[in-house]
Design a protein around this ligand. Structure first.
Ligand SMILES: Cc1cc2nc3c(=O)[nH]c(=O)nc-3n(C[C@H](O)[C@H](O)[C@H](O)COP(=O)(O)O)c2cc1C
Length: 194
């Protein structure tokens, strides 16, 4: 893959919030997601992370009930409806005994790898930081020796999402076709060459 193709992959690996709920994630995509997370760098190489892949329809439903979607949009637009919901969740956990000051870095790197690998298979994702962790722990019987980081929702998207140059607001918005537009600050506003 050349640099143009890698940048294209990065630009299109956006947050997706509506999916084709009738399509299960392919086995190949799931295997590549697992491999990709394993390759992530880890502070002191402690590798504190564990991953819970939730695919059974009943559990997927229970996880959905713990998640909050698209804070910038009215719920009727931002929350996936029946038929549009994710078909797989990955709950990112960390072993308390192995945690360091950098565990959230580890989580970010692993999630980035995982969501990119998924996207190479056409599988879109939404990282969810605002899940109800108590409810999630109960629903999935997560041991107290593990901390819950984020939840990542996966599915085959039914909308597009485009990066835009930011003007005066970072808020993402929808167009008339229900596609997302995500304002990003310009490079000249975030980078200084010295
Ligand atoms: C750490 C983190 C937590 C997030 N939590 C949520 C969330 O709880 N619910 C949600 O709908 N989106 C969530 N998002 C998605 C962001 O809203 C999204 O990344 C942002 O709007 C930019 O869009 P982009 O990912 O397409 O660049 C989260 C993203 C990150 C990185």
């Amino acid at each position: 893959m050349n640099s143009t193709e890698i940048l294209k992959l990065l630009e299109t690996r956006r947050t997706y919030r509506k999916f084709d709920q009738s399509r299960q994630i392919s086995k190949e995509a799931v295997e590549d997601m697992k491999k990709a997370a394993r390759t992530a760098s880890s502070a002191m190489n402690r590798q504190p992370l564990r991953y819970l892949y939730v695919r059974s329809p009943q559990k997927v439903n229970e996880v959905f009930e713990t998640t909050k979607w698209a804070g910038a949009l009215p719920s009727e637009l931002g929350v996936p409806r029946e038929g549009e919901k994710p078909t797989l969740y990955v709950v990112v956990l960390s072993v308390k005994e192995l945690q360091s000051a950098y565990t959230s870095f580890d989580e970010g790197l692993a999630v980035s790898n995982m969501t990119l690998a998924a996207w190479t298979h056409g599988v879109g994702s939404c990282i969810i930081g605002s899940a109800d962790k108590d409810k999630l722990r109960k629903a999935l019987e997560i041991d107290e020796s593990l901390d819950i980081g984020c939840v990542v929702a996966f599915g085959y998207p039914v909308h597009e999402s485009y990066i835009e140059d930011m003007k005066d607001d970072t808020k993402y918005y929808l167009d008339e076709k229900m596609n997302y537009h995500v304002p990003k600050r310009k490079i000249c506003d975030t980078v200084k060459d010295v």
